[in-house]
Design a protein around this ligand. Structure first.
Ligand code: TMP
Length: 208
């Protein structure tokens, strides 16, 4: 059986990842089984992270970076629901955030080199076939986050600008080994989804 494709969505908060990933999942499910997942995960490691992000558990930025790396390895290798096993079984896996989120977010607080080293095992275990970066201006992103009515640890304008810059810095750094495609997410969800589908199709033999 052919191995499933592993597609990651990245972007700042409010970039439309969740909506776009869901729509792509519906589209790709016509071809075969699709599994949608996200980081932080729904595991106990992920629950601890969400508590830190919401300010309910006090945590140093080093601890947060370590927890994200731990949650990621479990997400890959877990015997019951790990992504590696699903891909092996021919399932297409769509994941909302992966190691580039750690570089862009956590690498802005603690040394990026250290965050890269923490994530080296995940990079070696499971590299995405495609990373779709949904690009939106920090102003638009903040407006969308405000509409959701919730604010997390990293959600203010200056911070969003830095995160976006950091994403582009690490995309450049890893461009020889990572398949990252930037999709503009500033207009309607429908227009963005058309482009997302076109890009995803390249993994299944479609035109680039
Ligand atoms: P979400 O709002 O997309 O679910 O993401 C949760 C928050 O976690 C978001 O602010 C980004 C942050 N995050 C990191 O700081 N490092 C990581 O490795 C991941 C996956 C997320």
């Amino acid at each position: 059986m052919a191995r499933g494709k592993f597609i990651v969505f990245e972007g700042t908060d409010g970039s439309g990842k969740t909506t776009q990933m869901k729509l792509l999942g519906e589209y790709l499910s016509a071809r075969g089984p699709v599994h949608l997942t996200h980081e932080p995960t729904a595991s106990p490691y992920g629950a601890l992270l969400r508590s830190c992000m919401a300010g309910k558990t006090d945590a140093d930025e080093h601890v947060i970076a370590l927890l994200f790396a731990a949650d990621r390895i479990d997400h890959i290798q877990n015997a019951e629901h790990g992504m590696a096993g699903l891909l092996e079984a021919g399932v297409t896996v769509l994941c909302d955030r992966y190691y580039f989120s750690s570089f862009a977010y956590n690498g802005g607080f603690v040394p990026l080199e250290w965050v890269v080293e923490l994530n080296r095992p995940a990079m070696e275990m499971l590299r995405p076939d495609l990373v779709i970066y949904l690009d939106v201006s920090p102003e638009d992103a903040m407006a969308r986050v405000a509409l959701r009515g919730e604010r997390e640890r990293y959600e203010d304008l200056a911070r969003q600008k830095l995160i976006r810059e950091k994403y582009f810095e690490v995309f450049e750094r890893f461009k020889a080994t990572e398949n990252v495609v930037v999709v503009q997410s500033g207009s309607t969800p429908e227009a963005t989804q058309r482009e997302v589908r076109r890009v995803a199709e390249t993994l299944f033999g479609g035109k680039a």
